[in-house]
Design a protein around this ligand. Structure first.
Ligand SMILES: C[S@@+](CC[C@H](N)C(=O)[O-])C[C@H]1O[C@@H](n2cnc3c(N)ncnc32)[C@H](O)[C@@H]1O
Length: 212
């Protein structure tokens, strides 16, 4: 974990405070600003390994927390973990019976980087679209969604797709992201649900801020 995340100040702070990675502070920043999670929310976390977001989610809600990752997720107390691919429809079917309803879906998932910028960007956008697809199939109306993406080609297409399903959509770059990283989070609140129509959208607060 040390070599993956770098032994910088944020990483050292994470270790001292018992978090598995510096990523914990990104979610804490998002929560501080947007109040995405409430104290009884049920949560599904996509791309959850090694588990620092799960640790933060467990602190913030007493509801059910489910984490999914391609890689093994070391156990977090009172958290259900699934080793699997969230882009596979069978994974969604495995998750459904675990929660009576889902209030929040979070995705910090990123593809393995090849170093080829255009290719990596396209895969990251595709993963974000898959996270959105997962979210709209499981979220209750009024639910919230966060998805990590990267600035660059097709980012705006992903942002527009998210806007089609949520009344309030913002973009946010946490201070705890690495310097020089193009990573950016889409923070979407108030899932419209399946009753969506153009009137809802017109009357909604569909907003965007931040560096798009
Ligand atoms: C940046 S890490 C997540 C860190 C995590 N939020 C934390 O706080 O510990 C990104 C994760 O996304 C996972 N991932 C990428 N594609 C995935 C997929 N299709 N299904 C499940 N997990 C995926 C990777 O295996 C990797 O563990």
């Amino acid at each position: 974990m040390g070599s993956q995340w770098g032994r910088d100040k944020v990483y050292v702070r994470a270790l001292k405070e018992g978090y598995r990675s510096r990523a914990a502070y990104k979610l804490r920043e998002i929560q501080e600003k947007y109040h995405i999670l409430r104290e009884t929310d049920n949560v599904v976390d996509l791309g959850a390994s090694p588990g620092s977001w799960l640790q933060v989610e467990r602190e913030l809600t007493s509801g059910i927390v489910v984490g999914i990752d391609l890689s093994y997720i070391p156990p977090v107390e009172n958290v259900i973990t699934i080793m699997g691919d969230f882009t596979d429809p069978h994974t969604l079917e495995e998750v459904r019976p675990l929660l009576p309803f889902t209030s929040v879906v979070l995705s910090d998932a990123s593809p393995k980087l090849s170093g080829q910028r255009t290719y990596d960007q396209a895969r990251a956008i595709e993963l974000g679209e898959n996270a959105l697809l997962f979210a709209v199939q499981i979220l209750k109306p009024g639910g919230n969604f966060i998805v990590k993406s990267f600035q660059g080609q097709d980012f705006n297409t992903l942002l527009c797709r998210v806007r089609e399903h949520f009344l309030s959509v913002r973009t946010f770059r946490p201070h705890s992201s690495r310097k020089g990283s193009t990573e950016i989070y889409i923070v979407a609140k108030n899932f419209i649900g399946h009753e969506w129509n153009s009137e809802t959208r017109k009357n909604g607060t569909n907003e965007t801020e931040g560096p798009i």
